[in-house]
Ligand binder design. Structure first.
Ligand code: TXA
Ligand code: MG
Length: 315
């Protein structure tokens, strides 16, 4: 098959070098991570960060996550605390993001943090991302590689379709293993989950006391917009069947195979369902369905993160 995506590259030494050169020049690169694909740029470069916001059409008030190889690299930019060390030791590198106070002398661009005095930092576990980070002497500001308010990409083709030829390099590493974005935890004052993810509250609670972001509390994470993760067509939740000519997202073995049925996990595995969620949204949209109905997904464990995304997609 002809490769129509001329900006997608498999990872090798040559592309690593090209990627590093581009990032050093203030360009942005599409990159795999274990959660979703990201659009990475030098977090210390105004030029690079501006490009990220422009390409994503992202509101300037929605701050970006800064990615590091390890905590030693982040030490110059943020103030660590005991809760951070506890969670870092247990979960990093991995799919969790920490909001911490920014150091005054940090070189992180103020646009990255939407002028807040806090920064969200993450230590991705994906091998490729780590190889890139190892070669840089700056961290990467890296939001999910999609247009603002849409659904995150989980493979290189998704990224290419979001931005077409506007980005020159997308590193291909197959499908992201986790398939939804990292858990975001604020460690300022009482620890709080701002965005649920695959590492759930139950798991975090084993290590420290934590509360969950409530709709009623004032918006603490500027990115927690009510409408987000939208596939661009209406999404209707908690339905047992779909209207005529519409798609139904199902879960579990009791649902038969129909051409408009898309099962997130036949074996009712919530982790598998999470990894299939965005892929399924894109598939349904590509097949031209006008509406998506979704069956009830158990609101436990990884289901909490799935339902969070579904609720926003349906808003
Ligand atoms: O898994 C992920 O986290 C992916 C991969 C690429 O690393 N990245 C990602 O980035 O999901 P993005 O930009 O799509 O989402 C960042 C989230 C937003 O909800 C944003 O508001 C929040 O993190 N955030 C960033 N900085 C913050 C801060 N200082 N305080 C509170 N929330 C912050
Ligand atoms: Mg995003």
């Amino acid at each position: 098959m002809k490769n129509i995506y001329s900006n997608i590259f498999s990872f090798n030494k040559k592309i690593l070098h090209k990627c590093i050169t581009n990032l050093k020049r203030g360009n942005v690169v599409g990159m795999p991570t274990e959660t979703v694909y990201g659009l990475g740029g030098n977090a210390y470069s105004k030029l690079a960060v501006q490009k990220i916001y422009r390409l994503k059409k992202r509101p300037k008030k929605n701050p970006l996550i800064v990615h590091y190889l390890n905590y030693k690299d982040a030490d110059k930019d943020v103030i660590f605390n005991r809760d951070f060390y506890k969670l870092y030791k247990k979960f990093c590198p991995g799919p969790i993001t920490f909001v911490l106070r920014k150091k005054n002398k940090s070189k992180i661009q103020s646009l990255v943090t939407a002028k807040l005095n806090t920064v969200a930092i993450r230590f991705p576990s994906h091998k490729t991302t780590r190889l890139v980070l190892k070669k840089l002497n700056f961290p990467l500001a890296m939001p999910s590689a999609n247009l603002s308010s849409g659904i995150s990409p989980v493979n290189a083709q998704d990224v290419s379709e979001e931005f077409n030829k506007k980005i020159k390099i997308i590193i291909n590493s197959g499908n992201s293993k986790i398939g939804i974005e990292s858990t975001v935890v604020s460690l300022i004052g009482k620890p709080k989950i701002l965005r649920p993810g695959i590492i759930g509250a139950k798991t975090i609670k084993k290590i420290l006391k934590i509360s969950i972001f409530k709709k009623s509390s004032k918006i603490r994470s500027p990115g927690m917009l009510k409408k987000h993760y939208s596939p661009g067509i209406p999404v209707i939740l908690n339905k047992k069947r779909a209207e005529k000519n519409c798609a139904l997202i199902t879960f579990g073995k009791k649902y038969e195979n129909k051409t408009n049925y898309f099962n997130l996990s036949k074996k009712s595995d919530l982790k598998e369902a999470a990894s299939n969620l965005y892929k399924t949204f894109r598939k349904i949209k590509k097949q031209g369905f006008k509406k998506i109905f979704v069956v009830k997904i158990p609101n436990v464990d990884e289901g909490i993160a799935i339902n969070d995304r579904l609720k926003r997609a349906a808003y």
